[in-house]
Design a binder for this molecule. Structure first.
Ligand SMILES: C[S@@+](CC[C@H](N)C(=O)[O-])C[C@H]1O[C@@H](n2cnc3c(N)ncnc32)[C@H](O)[C@@H]1O
Length: 251
């Protein structure tokens, strides 16, 4: 991950995500688990950001640990003072000394791991933290979305801070999408601008499937996000439902 992303924006991230339906995302993950008839009690939220998904799971009674590489994001998560444990950890170096029924990584976090070896390692480390028969559910932005400038977005609505203008460039060779982000936040009523450059890689579905296999997972389903149907060539976001090989010992 380049080191100028999720740094200055971290304290404003929840304002930026104001309209994001985190509860609905958790409903969807729960529906996916129901579909495979799996009951989870513990959840690892890998690349949890400021913990918005973790907090919803926790509020629904799950035992949750959230990890993220960004110190600023984890600081904002910890400020929520909830029962979730939040830790700064690179997914590729994940080391929690326990296993979970379910690991999740939502909101295209895996696209931020742009080095293929690093990504393979990250998926393996997640695998080490999931019980046999447990699940890893994550979403990614597709190559289609990144190549078609889905990141070109702006919010300049008066009064609705942070304001932002994002513009992206996609390199078809490297499959790296470079997103130049300009933010304007209000600090003590005064507008302040800063920039972050976010890099995402368009991982192919086949690459991800192979990495899951290498990490001891079986891909159960790949779905068009928030639906229960297969993705198409034009799907912008897809969900993977992967099961860790072996069978769970009920406790
Ligand atoms: C778009 S945010 C999503 C955060 C959160 N999952 C959510 O739904 O709000 C992507 C997150 O991935 C994290 N991230 C990127 N690379 C990572 C890595 N190698 N290990 C752990 N977290 C990482 C970033 O710090 C950032 O918080």
């Amino acid at each position: 991950m380049s080191n100028d992303q999720f740094t200055e924006i971290a304290p404003y991230y929840d304002d930026l995500m104001m309209g994001v339906p985190y509860g609905f995302w958790v409903d969807y993950v729960e529906a996916l688990l129901e579909r495979v008839q799996f009951t989870a009690h513990s959840v690892l939220d890998a690349a949890c950001g400021t913990g918005n998904v973790s907090e919803v799971f926790s509020g629904r009674g799950y035992d949750v640990v959230g990890t993220d590489i960004s110190e600023g994001m984890i600081e904002a998560a910890n400020a929520k003072n909830s029962s979730v444990t939040y830790l700064v950890q690179d997914m590729a170096e994940l080391n929690l000394d326990r296993k979970f029924d379910l690991a999740i990584s939502l909101f295209d976090s895996l696209n931020y791991i742009i080095d293929v070896d690093h990504l393979g390692k990250a998926i393996k480390r997640v695998g080490e933290h999931v019980v046999d028969g447990g699940y890893f559910i994550f979403d990614v932005n597709t190559i289609y979305a990144l190549a078609h400038h889905f990141f070109d977005q702006a919010n300049l609505a008066p009064g609705r801070y942070p304001h932002y203008i994002w513009s992206s460039e996609y390199d078809h060779q490297t499959r790296i999408c470079t997103v130049n982000m300009t933010f304007e936040v209000l600090d003590n009523g005064e507008p302040r601008q800063f920039k972050e450059v976010h890099l995402q890689r368009g991982h192919s579905l086949e690459e991800l499937e192979q990495m899951l296999i290498d990490a001891g997972f079986v891909t159960v389903e790949i779905l068009h996000a928030y639906r229960f149907r297969k993705p198409t060539r034009r799907s912008d976001r897809v969900f993977f439902v992967a099961r860790k090989e072996g069978s769970r010992k009920e406790v």
